[in-house]
Design a protein around this ligand. Structure first.
Ligand code: 8OZ
Length: 359
């Protein structure tokens, strides 16, 4: 029988009971100090029938924050809060990895320690406005990271990875997508450096590969995934030759034998029109497990798995509104509609109150 969304699979060391993955979803509902709360544990536990949950993007340090009410993964209290989340997911037979995040220039001094300037590969202000505790405020021109600061940035990824493992996660996913720090280094619209971290593909991918090596050394390659978004224009992103750049990145990542490569196959979050890109060609460059994301429904997900394009499919918005998405797919049951007004911030409403089938 052909493989489909309901076939079990191993992504590196992580055994999935099905190939329906919950995509990382920013929800802005963490407690004081970036500490996950009981409400967050309930939300994730409700979704434990997914083959794998990828946590919401989670700042690796105080400088990695860029939005209100994000959970962190660098203090003891945050680790304790996340432990309640992973315990609740595991108690229901689920698997969960933590997404390691540094926002780079997509931040604002009011969200950073002592009103610091956001950091980035180059001092280029993104178009648009930051979500802050005081409402929307224009982005500022970030400070270009000095080459001497990069080792401590890599060390922050290592510390966060250790913290995630202590918190009971089954692995980690490195966020290198959607216009945040590692993606800002990759794409040449945001990286104008003239040192070893700018210019050629090799140089622009250097920080990602150094972070990957360090995280792999900490967690083991079979517990590490990476998310990329080659043509997502969100956060004022652009590259002059995305196909060649990301084919290069896929080739370079092969050496690590990671748990998976997770690819956002187009534009998300309304950032404008994505450049054309051949994801089938990209997939040919990558030799290990591939998780596809972006507007897949059940049929397109099954087709992508049956054809060998993807090993698993990550669903975002459908998992916000359908905690039992797996069962609904299995039964071909109707899906709840997601209410976009409660995506970011708030409490139970639009978070833990979407109905299960037969509830
Ligand atoms: C939506 C709003 C805020 C952040 C991403 C972490 O796109 C995000 C994000 C999405 O990866």
């Amino acid at each position: 029988m052909a493989l489909d969304l309901f076939s079990p699979v191993k992504l590196g060391a992580i055994s999935l009971k099905n190939r329906i993955v919950m995509a990382p979803l920013t929800r802005n509902r963490a407690g004081e100090g970036g500490v996950p709360q009981a409400l967050n544990a309930s939300y994730y536990a409700q979704r434990a029938s997914a083959g794998l949950i990828i946590s919401e993007a989670t700042p690796i340090s105080a400088m990695a924050h860029g939005y209100p009410a994000l959970p962190g993964i660098y203090t003891d209290a945050q680790v304790a809060g996340w432990k309640n989340v992973t315990d609740a997911v595991h108690a229901k037979g689920g698997k969960i990895v933590l997404q390691l995040w540094h926002v780079g220039r997509i931040s604002h001094p009011s969200l950073l320690p002592n009103g610091a300037l956001p950091v980035a590969p180059s001092a280029i202000k993104p178009a648009g406005q930051a979500f802050t505790y005081q409402g929307l405020q224009d982005y500022v021109t970030p400070r270009a990271l000095d080459i001497s600061e990069l080792p401590s940035l890599v060390a922050d990824y290592v510390h966060a990875t250790k913290s995630a493992l202590t918190a009971g996660f089954d692995g980690v996913e490195i966020h290198a997508a959607n216009g945040y720090l590692l993606d800002q280094f990759l794409r040449d619209g945001s990286n104008k450096r003239t040192d070893n971290y700018g210019g050629s593909f090799e140089n622009r991918a250097r920080l990602l590969l150094e972070v990957t090596q360090a995280v792999v050394n900490t967690a083991g390659a079979d517990k590490v995934g990476i998310r990329i978004s080659p043509v997502n224009p969100f956060n004022d992103m652009h590259d002059s030759n995305p196909q060649a750049l990301f084919n290069y990145v896929a080739d370079a990542l092969n050496q690590f034998k990671l748990a998976y490569l997770h690819v956002v196959e187009g534009g998300i979050h309304g950032g404008g029109k994505a450049d054309p890109f051949d994801f089938v060609a990209l997939r040919k460059h990558y030799q290990h497990a591939y998780v596809a994301n972006l507007a897949y429904d059940k049929d397109r997900g099954n087709a992508a798995i049956a054809s060998g394009h993807a090993d698993a499919i990550a669903y975002g918005v459908p998992f916000i509104a359908n905690p039992d998405l797996v069962e609904r797919f299995k039964l071909d049951a109707p899906l709840n509609e997601a209410d976009s007004s409660s995506f970011y911030g708030g409490a139970e409403k639009g978070y833990t109150d979407y109905p299960f089938l037969n509830a």
